[in-house]
Write a protein that binds this ligand. Structure first.
Ligand code: FE2
Length: 329
């Protein structure tokens, strides 16, 4: 049997030029439906408020320093856990002001192993004869060949999550680079981001600064505090780009620190359900608050290079006992 195809040369060229690539119809409608159904089952059945620490997912706050970092979050690398939307709480009382299934910001970070439906996205060959969703993934774009097209030698999936972007309260995510949060030296992270519902300007789709993966160094990293009491941002002492440090002329053309929020530079990434968006770990991207009545549920996982990069103990996310998951064709 011929190996599954990855990206075409023109798609690879577009990713290299822009730092992101939109692939419509990467998941067939039955697969999207199965993943959405499973998301709602997780929210309705598996997520229970009793005993939950009510951990909110925070993405920086006004000074860029407020990041989630309690034990429930830091220990979620090999679990399926639920993180809440900041605006789901009543500001005056501190109590949850939304039904639980409408209060979740994200579910993470080991769905790709622990959840049999989400595992089908990264391991399409794994089939359970009792699984009604067996045929739902027929025709889905195999991810390992895509990773290899992007140059990965040993692609490793290190985390996965469903992001709910709830109607009316789904929070904005300020401009950021994923390698700030998932750092290897040199940087190698690529995000695989699947829309399970149509993502539009109204419900807080992504927007990208095209080409910024070549001009935005990874200047900061989110790391665990030395005393293990949470996370904070520190200056990145490692390589700022996948290629290492840029030579003088190129370095001089980099986006200056503090200028990442230039609204004129961003391009909206409206996509239909079933689309896959590949996102370079250095690429500046963001999303606005969902002020609409429509949800914007997405599934995303990240891949890093396991061959020739260093993944250190400072990262908030530490590998499970079996190591990060190999992406196999
Ligand atoms: Fe991101």
């Amino acid at each position: 049997m011929a190996p599954a195809a990855g990206l075409t040369p023109s798609q690879v060229a577009a990713f290299d030029r822009d730092g992101y690539l939109i692939l419509p119809d990467a998941l067939p409608p039955p697969a999207v439906a199965a993943l959405l159904r499973e998301t709602h089952r997780l929210l309705d059945e598996d997520f229970v408020l009793e005993g939950h620490p009510l951990t909110k997912f925070q993405t920086g706050g006004d000074d860029g320093q407020e990041h989630v970092g309690d034990d429930y979050f830091l220990g979620s690398g090999d679990q399926v856990r639920f993180f809440l939307e900041e605006d789901a709480f009543d500001a005056a009382t501190g109590r949850l002001a939304k039904p639980k299934a409408r209060a979740v910001n994200k579910i993470g970070h080991y769905l790709h192993i622990l959840n049999p439906v989400f595992a089908r996205v990264t391991s399409p060959a794994d089939r359970d004869d009792d699984d009604d969703d067996d045929d739902a993934f027929a025709g889905a774009l195999p991810v390992a060949p895509v990773a290899r097209s992007l140059g990965f030698r040993d692609p490793r999936c290190l985390q996965s999550m469903v992001i709910c972007k709830q109607p009316e309260i789904g929070g904005a995510v300020p401009p950021h680079q994923d390698s700030t949060f998932l750092y290897t030296d040199p940087p190698s992270a690529v995000g695989f981001w699947y829309a399970l519902e149509d993502a539009t300007a109204a419900n807080g789709c992504l927007s990208f600064w095209p080409g910024s993966h070549k001009t935005a160094p990874v200047r900061r990293r989110l790391v665990r505090r030395d005393d293990r009491t949470g996370t904070h941002m520190v200056d990145n002492a490692g390589a700022p780009f996948p290629s290492g440090a840029l030579p003088g002329d190129a370095a001089a053309a980099c986006i200056p620190a503090g200028h990442e929020d230039d609204a004129d530079q961003y391009v909206l990434g409206e996509v239909k359900a079933g689309s896959l968006v590949l996102i370079h770990g250095n690429l500046l991207h963001k999303s606005e608050k969902n002020r609409s009545e429509k949800g914007r549920i997405i599934y995303t996982f990240h891949v890093i290079e396991g061959d020739g990069t260093a993944y250190d103990e400072k990262n908030w996310l530490q590998p499970p006992a079996r190591g990060f998951t190999k992406l196999c064709a």
